[in-house]
Design a protein around this ligand. Sequence first.
Ligand SMILES: Nc1ncnc2c1ncn2[C@@H]1O[C@H](COP(=O)(O)OP(=O)(O)OP(=O)(O)O)[C@@H](O)[C@H]1O
Ligand SMILES: [Mg+2]
Length: 288
Amino acid sequence: MTRSTARTIAVANQKGGVAKTTTVASLGAALSEMGRAVLLVDLDPQACLTFSLGLDPDALDLSVHDVLLGRIPAAMAVQSTDDGPDLLPSTIDLAGSEAMLLTRTGREFALRMALADLLGDYDDILLDCPPSLGVLTINALTAADDVLVPLQCETLSHRGVGQLLDTVHDVQRLTNRGLHVLGVLPTLYDSRINHAREVLADVSMRYALDVLDPPIAKSVRFAEAPAAGRSILRTAARSPGAEAYRVFARRLVALSATAAEPRVEPARMLTVPPAQAEMARPPVGQPS
Ligand SMILES: Nc1ncnc2c1ncn2[C@@H]1O[C@H](COP(=O)(O)OP(=O)(O)OP(=O)(O)O)[C@@H](O)[C@H]1O
Ligand SMILES: [Mg+2]
C-alpha cells in the first residue's frame, strides 16, 4: 500500500452498456498488478461486476445492500477475488436499497460513511455505478474524490453527458464540494471511424471536458472475460485492451502523485474555459 488514505473514483454514466463495469474490473486489476491495494464496489443491483469477478450474487449472504442500510460494517461484506482486488459485492437486494434509503435522512451519505472505515486499508477504491442517476449513483458521487465517465463514441453519445454533469454540479453544491471530474474515457473505440473522433471532439468542446488517454479499443476479448470470472488482464493478459487499461492505470497513479494537495479544496469545478480545455487536451487517439 502506498497511500495513507484511498483515492475513490466513481465510474459513472447513466447510459447503459458504455463499459462502466468493464472499466472498473480492468482498471482495478491493472492497479492491483502495480502492487496497489484496490477495493471495487458493485453498486448495480444487476451485480454484473460481482458475477464477472467470479462470485455468484445469489449465493452471497452479505452485500453492499446490508452496508448501505447500516446493518453491518463494510469490512464484513468485503470478499477477496482471484483477480487481485477486493470486492464489496452486490446482489439483487440492492434494488430494494434505493426505496429504503429514500425514507432516510442523510441518504446521500450512506456509502461515504460506510467506506470511511476502509479508507486506510486501500490505495484505490473504484465504484461501479448503475445506469441511472438515482440515489445509488448520487451515493457514489458523494463518496468519491473523482468521477470518470466512460463514453462510447457513437452518434448521440453526448446526449446524456449534460444531464450527468448537471447531477455532478448538484453533488458539488450540496453533498461533496471536493468532487473532481477526471474526464471522459473513450470506450468501445474504433479509430478507423472518423465519426468517433468527431463525437469525442464535440463532447469535449461542448462540456469543457478532458478526453483521457489512451482510448480503449473495441475488442471481442472484453466480452469473453466475464464468463471466466476474471478481467481481461487475466484472460487475455497481452491483448491491446489489457495493455490500454494498464497504461491508463499508470497515468492515473502518476496524475494523483502530482496532483496538488489537498484534494478536497472547496468547489474545485470542471468549468475550465473552453480555450484552455482545448489546449490541455491531448490529440484524440494519440498517446499524450
Ligand atoms: N472495449 C470493448 N470492446 C468490446 N466490447 C466491450 C468493451 N468494453 C466492454 N465491452 C462489452 O460491452 C458490454 C457492456 O459493457 P459493460 O457491462 O462494462 O457496460 P456498463 O456500462 O457497465 O453497462 P450497464 O450500464 O448495463 O451497467 C459487455 O458485454 C462488455 O463485455
Ligand atoms: Mg455495469
